[in-house]
Design a protein around this ligand. Sequence first.
Ligand code: FPP
Length: 257
Amino acid sequence: MPEIPKDRLPRHIGIIMDGNGRWANNRGLAREHGHERGADAVRTTVRAARKIGVEALTLFAFSSQNWDRPPQEVFHLMALLRRYLVEERGEILDNNIRLVTVGQTHRLPEYVLEPMTDLMKASADNDGMILCLALSYGGREMITDAVRKLARAVAAGTLKPDDIDTRAIEAQLDSSRMLPPLDLLIRTSGEHRISNFFLWEAAYAELFFTEVLWPDFERANLIEALHDFAGRERRFGLTSNQLDDARADGPEEPEAP
Ligand code: FPP
C-alpha cells in the first residue's frame, strides 16, 4: 500500500476495542481468554501507531458500565490492566510514549492505580506519542462532571450563566486539556455504536467500523483505517467550495462551528 502523507494522518485516534468475548466464544473458550488476546492486540496497536507517527491514541479499555459485569470478569480485566502497565513500562518509556488516562480512575483498585500513577509520572515528559487509556470512562459521565463544575462556579458567583458556551464546557473536559481533537474513531467487531465513549469529542471525528474482532486486530487493520481516513473530505459543517477557498488562503483548517 502507498504511504500516507503525514498531513493526511489523524492526529488523534480513538478505538472502541470490541469483540473479545465473541472471539473466545467462537473458540469455545472462557471470555477471559478473549481479553488476554485483546491485551496482545493493544501491544501491537500501540507499537504500530507510534511507528506510523500518530500523535495520540486513546483506547476505550473499561467503561463506567463495565463495573456491572460479573465480578470475576471485572477482576480479571483489572488484573490484566495491572499486568499490562507493569510489563509494558519499559517499552512505553523506551519509545518516548506518554501515558495519560481519562475517566473516573479513582474507582480503580489500588493495585492498578499504583503502577498506572507511577508510569504516568515516569512518562510525563515524553513527547513521541500520547497513549491515553479510557478507564472507568463514560462520555455522559464526563459531560455531567463538566457541567457540574460550571454550575458550582455559577453558584459561587465566578461565572455568569450566559458565559456557558461550548468552549466553556470543553475546557472542563480532561480530554481537551491533554489530547489533540479526536480525528478518527475506530470500532471493531461489526457493531455500529459509540457506546458512551467520546460523545463530545466525536462530534467531528471520522468513524470507521470493521468486522474484525479486537483480538484479531493487527497493524494491517490499522493501516486500512488510516487509508480510509486519508481519503475522506472533512467539511466541519462547511461546503467543499468553502474548504477549497480556505486551503487557498492558508494552511489552517476551518474551525468547527
Ligand atoms: C469489549 O469486548 C472489551 C472490553 C470490555 C475490555 C477491553 C479490554 C482489553 C482489550 C484488554 C485489556 C486492556 C488493556 C489496555 C491492557 P467484549 O468483552 O464486550 O466483547 P463481546 O462484545 O464480544 O462480548
